[in-house]
Design a protein around this ligand. Sequence first.
Ligand code: PLP
Length: 436
Amino acid sequence: MLSKLENQIQILNSKSSVWSVMEEMTQSENQEEAFYVCDIGNIIKKYLNWKKLMPRVETYYAVKCNDHPFVLETLATLGTGFDCASKEEISKILDLNVQPTRIIFANPAKPESHIKYAETVNILRMTFDNQLELEKIKRSHPNAELILRIKYDDEMAHYKFGGKFGCDHLTEAPELLTKAQQLGIKVIGVSFHIGSGSQNPKVYGEAIKAARHVFDLASNIGFKFNILDIGGGFPGAHGTSIEEISKNVNENINLHFSDPSIKIVAEPGRYYVDSAFTVATRIHSIATTKPDSTGIFTYMYYVNTGAYSTFMNVFFNEQYKPQALNKNKRDKKYPTIIWGPTCDSLDKICEKNKMPKMNIGDWIAFENMGAYTLTISSNFNGFPIPKVHGVVCEKLWKKYKHLMMGSEIKFDNCKEHLRCQLSEKLLYSNKFSSVN
Ligand code: PLP
């Protein structure tokens, strides 16, 4: 892993930054296509922050959020686990030499062929929320260790999952557990996902309490549960504060799951990658609207990646904030609409922003573009999905390399959990935590 990454990323000295790299790249005559810059240091810092805020909660990164090799290799090296939704995602993670024990197949409704594949590659843990899924798993992977997904939505979350997944913890969970026992299937714990882009930290606490109820129920039926999976929904660059969430999570874990033998895991996606990616787009066409009643007209800029690719979340009311590259911040600003490159009239990125007057060939950047961008992009109308340029600051990289070399020594001889302990030791050494 170490060598693969090292050849591909740009090491930044103290005078350069993501912004300066983008300005440099966009001034090169060779650069025409839109591109992302991924700051690997930002992912490492997120990992460290999580360990500090919720030391008892192990993270299983949700691969669906961004499966770029920079992200997966960095997190695999740091020692996180992975939440995979499909055969493809599982195979991608196994290719990084991650042990099957560090994968949860966290899709409650799985095609049977994917379950069979999980069996052949020794993935045991998977989620379920209904009886037919139980029967399917019994047929194709009878030794699987199941995690019961309960429904617990933050009603204010940007993307809620309760309409699609999860059983009712009071009425349906008892029936499903009884059925699992009749079928002789091992159920080992409970999971929930309060919604991506959650807004109310208290819902984590309420859902943890609901999960406790299911643990007790399971114990009465004869199961011995050992894992609680608190899902995703943690903020990326915006939204509620991770500090506030961590307080609520820690308090409720201490209250309801004080037994340290119960493993507590989470499946953050957005949290790890949102702020690590910035995208640079190039203007290839310009038009203006007719002037309004006050004589003001709006500039319309057409850039080379849009709503069917990098900015797909505009269809789900995501707001984007454009920033002009290589322009003087004091330049006069004008009303602006930014369009994507396709012939579709819905391909609009944003329209309520003021920007300096731009020319064809100028570049516009957007920060916080790591979550659910690359993985849901299409090349509709033939426009390519932007490539990713990786960077990391030199100071952090030296420590990261040190960590990885340490990991590799252990990796050769020991079980995966030793590798993680080693990572933590290195991460919390004074040297590492002095990086800011
Ligand atoms: N876990 C599961 C099962 C999911 O479906 C998702 C997102 O769809 C996630 C985790 C990641 O959620 P987030 O990016 O909000 O952390």
